[in-house]
Design a protein around this ligand. Structure first.
Ligand code: F7E
Length: 305
């Protein structure tokens, strides 16, 4: 999702865009679509240090956006080892390869609001980090590594602590896409009910298309600086269900059931970004509200399912 919108943005600014792409046997249409704006696909994987070294040795990049991750929080509880390897060791591989072969590159690293855990909202750059999942821990270690490499080796390396961001092409396991997909399928009489986990968790949801703008702006900033990126608003999963089903004149309570299988061993209860530095120091602001985000997701789902 983020790679797609970022490549689209960079092409509109006349960049040449290379994407690091893992080999995959299948040709899933949605997976293919994310490559639409790439000038070149470079075969590789962030867990493979040798390949990263070769790539940075062979190309003279100006900017690197490190977005690769095992990004599903629930999966990180069932497979913490891969999560750590991809998210933390993967970031270390990128940093080491850049340090040796491309020390003048500008690096953006995708950090996450999951690093805050249950610290009281709103969360800011100086809020303590108390992650509640192997995913959050892996992202926090990667964030600290980026900071450490910036300070130790004088690299232009910074992290965006991004709160949840969604879009029509969000992965289908994430709660927003799951709700929108189900509401459309129920309206089209292809599905009868939707099973979800904790409806009381609260998230600060923005649109991925807005958030890639912030990534780009961070790399144009005079000094490498970490920023918190969100909308500053927070809503529950229940609110998201209510607005989405309401769009079709349906009451979500008639279709949504709560199932313990979707509960997590530890939950992050409320995320809400303090976006003052993003507004005033970075000059970025979101253009979407939760309702325009939902409308965008519904339109795509309706036309493509
Ligand atoms: O869950 C609750 C679930 O999986 C949101 C990733 O991009 O944002 C994302 O992480 C909330 C949680 O995203 C279901 O318990 C209820 O409280 O959509 P999600 P996430 O875990 O917040 C952060 C910032 C990242 O960095 C991550 O990479 O929704 N929830 N019922 C459910 N969640 C899912 N997936 N499925 C359910 O049925």
């Amino acid at each position: 999702q983020d790679g797609y919108y970022l490549a689209k943005l960079l092409k509109s600014k006349n960049y040449t865009v290379h994407g690091l792409v893992r080999r995959s046997a299948g040709r899933h249409a949605e997976r293919e679509r994310v490559f639409e704006y790439l000038d070149e696909r470079i075969a590789g994987d962030v867990t493979d240090f040798g390949t990263l070294c070769r790539i940075f040795e062979q190309h003279d990049y100006d900017e690197v956006y490190h977005l690769a991750a095992q990004s599903f929080v629930a999966e990180s509880f069932s497979d913490p080892f891969s999560t750590w390897k991809i998210n933390t060791v993967g970031t270390l591989n990128v940093l080491e390869a850049i340090r040796h072969f491309a020390p003048n590159v500008r690096l953006y690293n995708a950090a996450s609001s999951e690093m805050f855990g249950n610290e009281p909202a709103p969360q800011a750059i100086n809020t303590p980090f108390m992650p509640r999942s192997p995913y959050g821990v892996s992202k926090l270690a990667a964030y600290q590594l980026v900071k450490n490499y910036r300070e130790s080796y004088n690299l232009y390396a910074c992290s965006g602590i991004l709160f949840n961001h969604e879009s029509p092409i969000r992965g289908e396991q994430f709660v927003t896409r799951k709700i929108v997909k189900a509401a459309v399928a129920i309206k089209k009489k292809r599905q009868k009910e939707l099973r979800l986990g904790n409806l009381n968790a609260m998230r600060d949801w923005g649109h991925a298309e807005d958030y890639v703008q912030a990534m780009h702006m961070m790399l144009q900033h005079a000094r490498p600086t970490d920023f918190v990126i969100g909308t500053g608003k927070t809503y529950s999963i229940r609110d998201f269900c209510l607005y989405t089903f309401d769009h079709f004149g349906m009451n979500y309570e008639n279709y949504v059931t709560v199932s313990p299988e979707y509960y997590r061993p530890a939950e992050v209860n409320q995320l809400q970004a303090d976006i003052q530095p993003a507004l005033f120091d970075l000059g970025w602001q979101p253009t979407h509200t939760l309702k325009t985000l939902i409308a965008d997701m519904i339109t795509y789902e309706w036309n493509n399912s």
